[in-house]
Design a protein around this ligand. Structure first.
Ligand SMILES: Nc1ncnc2c1ncn2[C@@H]1O[C@H](COP(=O)(O)OP(=O)(O)OP(=O)(O)O)[C@@H](O)[C@H]1O
Ligand SMILES: [Mg+2]
Length: 335
């Protein structure tokens, strides 16, 4: 059976069709500009628009409607990692609602909650266990999933961007402490992986769009030109008299300041640890000289996510690999 993994971003809708599981095979990839600019509808009008767009992405690219897997953006999710005294599964199930109330800023009657045990120590020891809490407003999740119902599709998997993305990065417990920075168009999501385990997730409402806007205003370009200059010259100071790089810097400083805050938070919680590596993901990760800039600002090694490494199937040249991590993570899940 073919699987369809979908990532609905504010800039583009990304889709991968193929055989799912830990050894996936890609049959088709599509990236379509999101003319609505909306990733999560909040009313009937925006929902209708997005439904029509998703339908045309599926039809135009001959994508399957079986095993459709989707992911919710972090902007509408509250993800927390908590430590609690060790409990059995049954005890945890009855305590989790109360825990969520303490940590997730959504009233219980409106909350859609999922949780997962990240760490449970050996039986006899009283070591705390670590739990991943993922909460969202029911109304938002329902409307999102309803878009697929309208299209006659019952999604087989609904998770969150960060969970999908982390799967595509295939961490092992031996990996150094790593911060993932996922830079999309309208958001930047960050998470920290320590010994292969997720320890922190945060979302910030700025991304590549901020950089395009800055270029439009400072250099006096239209949106299309600004997008092109950003992709071609990026932070390369030797190009275009350094004007593009100079126009992009203030926006990047806002983004790197958020990255530094996340690292600082981690170090405060774990005074003996440090972040050794940053993995850049999302469409913006492909910007010329961004890796060098962030490496210099943060003083860490910086890598760009390569979600197609070792994966079977033809990847078109036009596809920007770091933008496809969420889709790849969805496809990689075994069910
Ligand atoms: N080569 C490139 N250089 C610089 N920026 C790029 C490049 N390719 C894409 N981008 C930028 O990446 C962003 C799109 O990335 P992505 O596809 O991850 O966003 P999205 O998922 O649609 O957005 P979001 O998740 O924030 O809703 C756009 O702002 C685009 O301008
Ligand atoms: Mg995105």
């Amino acid at each position: 059976m073919s699987t369809l993994a979908l990532d609905i971003g504010t800039y583009s809708i990304k889709a991968i069709a193929g055989t799912a599981g830990p050894k996936p095979k890609i049959e088709r990839i599509a990236e379509v500009f999101n003319t609505t600019g909306i990733a999560v509808p909040t009313d009937d009008v925006s929902q209708d628009k997005l439904v029509n767009l998703i339908e045309s992405v599926i039809v135009d690219n001959d994508l399957p409607r079986t095993d459709v897997r989707i992911s919710l953006p972090e902007s509408v999710i509250s993800t927390k990692i908590i430590e609690i005294p060790p409990l059995s599964d049954a005890e945890l199930a009855s305590a989790i609602g109360w825990q969520a109330e303490q940590h997730i800023p959504i009233p219980p009657e409106e909350l859609a909650l999922e949780y997962q045990v990240l760490y449970r120590g050996p039986k006899k020891e009283k070591e705390p266990m670590r739990i991943l809490l993922v909460g969202a407003r029911k109304q938002i999740v329902d409307r999102f999933v309803d878009m697929f119902h309208i299209l006659g599709i019952e999604p087989s998997l609904v998770e969150t961007h960060m969970i999908s993305l982390i799967r595509s990065l295939m961490f092992t417990p031996e990996d150094p402490n790593t911060m993932i920075v996922h830079l999309g168009a309208s958001s930047m999501n960050m998470s920290i992986i320590q010994k292969g385990e997720l320890t922190f997730v945060t979302s910030h409402m700025n991304g590549g769009q901020l950089l395009t806007k800055a270029l439009e205003q400072t250099v006096g370009l239209d949106q299309h030109q600004a997008e092109k200059y950003k992709r071609t010259y990026g932070l390369d100071e030797t190009q275009f008299q350094g004007k593009v790089a100079a126009a992009l810097l203030p926006g990047l400083q806002i983004l790197t300041a958020e990255m530094k805050k996340s690292i600082q938070f981690f170090v405060t919680q774990n005074p003996t640890e440090s972040i050794q590596r940053v993995v850049l993901s999302g469409g913006t990760a492909a910007m010329p000289n961004l890796v060098q800039y962030i490496a210099q600002e943060l003083g860490t090694e910086v890598l760009v996510a390569a979600p197609f490494t070792g994966i079977d199937g033809a990847i078109p040249e036009t596809i920007n690999p770091p933008a496809m991590g969420v889709c790849m993570g969805l496809l990689l899940r075994e069910m």
